[in-house]
Design a protein around this ligand. Structure first.
Ligand code: SF4
Length: 134
């Protein structure tokens, strides 16, 4: 499976717990997540636009996110926090290490500002668990 992620989707994937915008979206995301859980050395290319997760999203129209401007700002903040650039390729293990090294709780609150899922607390919990690990 060839994978590309918009910058913010690295952290989303860390906290993925089977929720999403439609049954098809969740099914696709679960398959992607399972692929990475089964092989942490799987490469992921950083995308500047729609990616493997967006592909079946109901808000994805004509190759663009329905809230592209807002998502672009989210991506820029995640790029800054994780020192990512579109075109970079990293394994899921490297991405997790990058998150552990660079995504402090303060950085998370800045990077994820305005995301509709943030208030659920699952991403923050996953980040705290992940960064607490050796
Ligand atoms: S708060 Fe939103 S953008 Fe941030 S990790 Fe969670 S789902 Fe992704």
């Amino acid at each position: 499976m060839s994978l590309s992620f918009r910058p913010h989707h690295f952290l989303c994937t860390l906290g993925f717990e089977g929720m999403g915008y439609s049954p098809e979206f969740v099914e696709n995301y679960t398959e992607i997540n399972d692929t990475l859980q089964n092989n942490e050395e799987h490469p992921i290319q950083v995308s500047s636009g729609s990616d493997s997760i967006c592909a079946v999203c109901p808000h994805h129209k004509e190759g663009m996110c329905g809230t592209e401007e807002k998502i672009r700002a989210l991506d820029e903040r995640h790029c800054q926090a994780l020192e990512l650039s579109p075109g970079d390729v990293l394994t899921w293990a490297e991405a997790k290490q990058r998150i552990k090294d660079k995504m402090t709780l303060e950085a998370f609150h800045v990077a994820c500002r305005g995301c509709q899922w943030k208030e659920l607390g699952l991403c923050e919990k996953a980040l705290k668990n992940h960064r607490g690990k050796k």
